[in-house]
Design a protein around this ligand. Structure first.
Ligand code: ATP
Ligand code: MG
Ligand code: MG
Length: 551
């Protein structure tokens, strides 16, 4: 990739390194909550965290932020690990916030001992009312001045399971008049009698994000804790806990999250799309998940290239999803073998009346004009070929360079043909074209002296292999679906399934071509779908050849 200037986080890290901070160490972490599959926004965070460590000789931990037992699941843990690896990154340590539950509990007792935390019996509504409004100070809870011994006793009994859910919480005693709402005695622990996917039934109190995240960073001696901008307002609390507990001073740094046009990214919304059957699963090729993009035909390098191009900023913005498509199109243009496929429910049969009926010719056709090293392949040619119905017009407009009655066109890699006769059924629909081929016009040894403007793709009828071809379009119809109910914007035509007739070389695609990624000439970039079976090829359209949405 081209040299680019340092982003603001790299600048900060370089300043830290120059100042000898943290003994010259750079240690980052990627902290997903295992409550869904990773999406392209997570890819940005992964590239940033792992990229920074790579660049400055540091390390990155993978830490599962699994403090909420209700929404988390091992299925998600496994998919997250697979996706990070697929993107090309390897973590130094695999940690779980739940591994720190004992340590976090001790931290909490220490704050109680120091008079900096208290057990509150107020209800959720009462606590919300105590918080006040951003323009007015809050009011103290009646339990705020409980004696230390009583707080300790109650907190231990909370842990021992003596109280039902929601009857008590542990709060940090910070400042109910702070202009920062997050400092108005935030919750540290709540009671939740729930089974945890790792700690089982050991705990019935669980730490809140704000009490778990920074402390986990500190326990791991993370130097630079990168998170998205919503956490700017949490930073004073992050620092307060570190200071009061006198633990390793990790530094929280915020950057703008990735927002993409025509895309929802919150896991909650993605889960809805899955659960309500709007898509076939987390890895549906229309999903912005890593697994969806993979199934769509995206490569790890195209996603990393995208993350590099969008950069790291301190202000929210909305990135054109066309840029993501551009990155995969650019890459596939260089790497994807070109093959021929007729994607049409009703392809047109062309019969070459002067070509011997029992003859099959093997043509050699280059695999990729962008890459001479990609070589050539065998393509069978015979008296009957399929073409796209749209490549023929009975009454063509002026600049129609494909087939029409009396017109000539080149069949890609083969011969120039001339349309002599149009066959129709009783309803007047064209059923077949009778053409003649020019024997001296064979590609590579053309001595015919005939010049034609158009070249079309084709597939030999007796050799054609049937395939199912899935054409994907945007899942949502509006640029910015963040306003209102995103489900009202679901595109009813985001998937169109068509029959394809593909050249026989594709029978070997599983072992051959670029992990199943190919270009169907004039049609777009496609990849083999994992639903493919021994007797049915299935292709997904990764991206069209040109940006059909460009204005
Ligand atoms: P979501 O709202 O999609 O559930 P999240 O932030 O709750 O996202 P986490 O699993 O907690 O999801 O995220 C793990 C890491 O990935 C966090 O550090 C988070 O900041 C980062 N991240 C999540 N979404 C984005 C995004 N759209 N752009 C950049 N980073 C993101
Ligand atoms: Mg989160
Ligand atoms: Mg979330």
């Amino acid at each position: 990739p081209a040299e680019r200037s340092l982003n603001f986080i790299e600048q900060l890290v370089e300043e830290d390194l120059a100042a000898g901070k943290n003994g010259g160490r750079v240690h980052t972490r990627f902290p997903p909550e295992p409550n869904g599959y990773l999406h392209i926004g997570h890819a940005k965070s992964i590239c940033l965290n792992f990229g920074l460590a790579d660049k400055y000789g540091g390390q990155t931990n993978l830490r599962f932020d699994d403090t909420n037992p209700v929404t988390e699941d091992v299925e998600y843990v496994d998919s997250i690990k697979a996706d990070v690896r697929w993107l090309g990154f390897e973590w130094e340590n695999e940690f779980y916030a739940s591994d720190y539950f004992d340590q976090l509990y001790e931290f909490a007792e220490k704050l109680i001992q120091d008079g900096l935390a208290y057990v509150d019996d107020s209800t959720a509504e009462q606590i919300a009312a105590q918080k006040g409004t951003p323009t007015e100070p809050g009011t103290n809870s009646p339990y705020r001045d409980r004696p230390v011994a009583e707080n300790l006793d109650l907190f231990r009994r909370m842990k021992a399971g003596e109280f039902p859910d929601g009857t008590k919480v542990l709060r940090a005693k910070v400042d109910m008049a702070s202009p920062n709402m997050h400092l108005r005695d935030p919750l540290m622990y709540r009671i939740k009698h729930a089974h945890h996917h790792r700690t089982g039934d050991k705990w019935c109190i669980y730490p809140m994000y704000d009490f778990a995240h920074g402390q986990s960073d500190a326990i791991e001696h993370i130097t630079h804790s990168l998170c998205t901008l919503e956490f700017v307002v949490h930073r004073p609390l992050y620092d307060w806990f570190i200071e009061k507990l006198d633990i390793f001073p990790s530094q929280q740094i915020e950057f703008a999250r990735l927002n993409l046009t025509y895309t929802v990214m919150s896991k909650r919304k993605l889960l809805q799309l899955v659960n309500e059957g709007h898509v076939s699963g987390w890895d549906d090729p229309r999903m912005p998940t890593i697994s969806g993009l993979r199934r769509r035909g995206y490569t790890p390098s195209s996603i990393r290239e995208f993350c590099d191009r969008i950069g790291i900023a301190r202000r929210e913005n909305l990135i054109d999803v066309g840029l993501l498509e551009f990155c995969i199109r650019e890459e596939l243009n260089k790497t994807a073998p070109r093959v021929m496929a007729v994607l049409d429910e009703k392809p047109l049969k062309v019969v070459l009346t002067n070509y011997p009926a029992d003859k099959t010719e093997t043509l050699r056709i280059e695999n990729n004009p962008e890459d001479p090293a990609a070589g050539e392949r065998d393509v069978p040619f015979s008296r009957e070929v399929w073409i796209e119905r749209e490549d023929f017009m009975e009454n063509p407009p002026k600049k129609f360079f494909r087939l029409f009655p009396g017109g000539m066109v080149r069949l890609k890699g083969a011969y120039i043909i001339k349309c002599d006769e149009v066959m129709k059924d009783d309803a007047g629909e064209v059923t077949e074209l009778r053409c003649t081929y020019i024997p001296e016009s064979r590609s590579g040894s053309d001595t015919s002296g005939i010049n034609v403007k158009g070249t079309i793709h084709w597939v030999s009828v007796p050799h054609a292999v049937e395939a199912e071809v899935r054409l994907y379009d945007r899942l949502l119809t509006v640029e910015d679906p963040s306003e209102g109910d995103f489900k009202a914007f679901i595109n009813p035509n985001s998937l169109q399934v068509v029959r394809g007739l593909v050249e026989p070389s594709l029978k070997n695609i599983k072992t051959d071509a670029q992990e199943g990624r190919i270009q169907f000439m004039r049609k777009g970039y496609f990849c083999l779908d994992p639903d493919t079976t021994a007797d049915k090829l299935i292709f997904n359209r990764t991206v069209t050849l040109k940006d059909s949405w460009a204005k």
